[in-house]
Write a protein that binds this ligand. Structure first.
Ligand SMILES: Nc1ncnc2c1ncn2[C@@H]1O[C@H](COP(=O)(O)OP(=O)(O)O)[C@@H](O)[C@H]1O
Ligand SMILES: [Mg+2]
Length: 235
């Protein structure tokens, strides 16, 4: 397996970027892979999670990437991922500049965009995705975008509005994660929800399955499945 890079990003705070980043890192660490979690947020939440990780769980390397984020050195510094890394998970702060963000993109990166099912968040996400595709030129670098609804309590009208929007852009809406205290519990314990020793996470493991499947589907196959990719923006 070559290096897989997974960026978790969106313009807003509090949507679940760190929660999703840490859970992806935990999933691949559990598989015995060498995982590096890059934290670009000055708040360092992902790093604090890594530091709380109990010794008996598979190791995850935390990388403090926050200091260089708004700096000219960012671009070259960014690419320095140690060669033994199987999976690089990249957690980003809120309010990140889209062109700065897009400078991090590499061919075949997977970009996961969490969104809360509220009108304000959906509006902000639509704006963010449009910027990624135009200013950030995401399609030129062949990054794969997907959206995850987070903290979903039940299907709402808003949620359908989001579905329609994503459908119009051929961006897959890959899963909805429920709102549950298990995420806060797992975060506090330095583990992922799937590593919690209880059957209470059964639903959550099921909700994560399509995300993992999508991450592991090769780009070539995806372009074939989701055709035409970003055709709305080709003009
Ligand atoms: N699916 C979820 N269910 C319950 N709480 C969640 C869920 N996802 C995130 N949270 C909580 O929401 C807050 C913000 O999540 P966080 O991952 O820190 O967002 P971000 O990194 O985008 O700012 C945290 O307190 C986190 O524990
Ligand atoms: Mg965060």
């Amino acid at each position: 397996m070559g290096l897989q890079r997974i960026l978790v990003t969106t313009s807003k705070g509090g949507c679940g970027k760190t929660t999703i980043s840490t859970n992806i890192a935990s999933h691949y660490a559990k598989q015995g892979l060498n995982v590096r979690l890059f934290d670009h947020d000055k708040q360092g939440s992902s790093l604090s999670w890594v530091n709380r990780r109990p010794e008996e769980y598979n190791l995850i390397h935390g990388v403090d990437a926050s200091r260089n984020f708004d700096h000219r050195l960012t671009r070259s510094w960014q690419l320095r991922v140690p060669p033994d890394t199987d999976v690089a998970v990249i957690d980003t702060p809120a309010g990140v500049d889209v062109s700065e963000l897009a400078a991090l993109f590499q061919y075949d990166d997977s970009v996961l965009i969490p969104v809360l099912p509220s009108p304000i968040d959906i509006h902000a996400t639509a704006h963010f995705i449009k910027e990624l595709l135009t200013v950030g030129k995401a399609r030129k670098k062949m990054v794969r975008l997907a959206v995850i609804a987070n903290r979903v309590r039940k299907n709402t009208v808003m949620y359908h509005a989001l579905e329609r929007f994503l459908f119009s852009l051929n961006i897959p809406f890959i899963s909805s994660l429920r709102d549950t205290q298990l995420y806060a519990k797992a975060f506090e314990a330095g583990v992922g929800v799937e590593e919690i020793n209880s059957t209470r996470n059964k639903i959550d493991i099921e909700q994560w399955a399509p995300i993992i499947r999508w991450l592991e589907t090769p780009l070539v196959k995806q372009t074939a499945e989701i055709r035409p990719l970003f055709s709305q923006w080709e003009s």
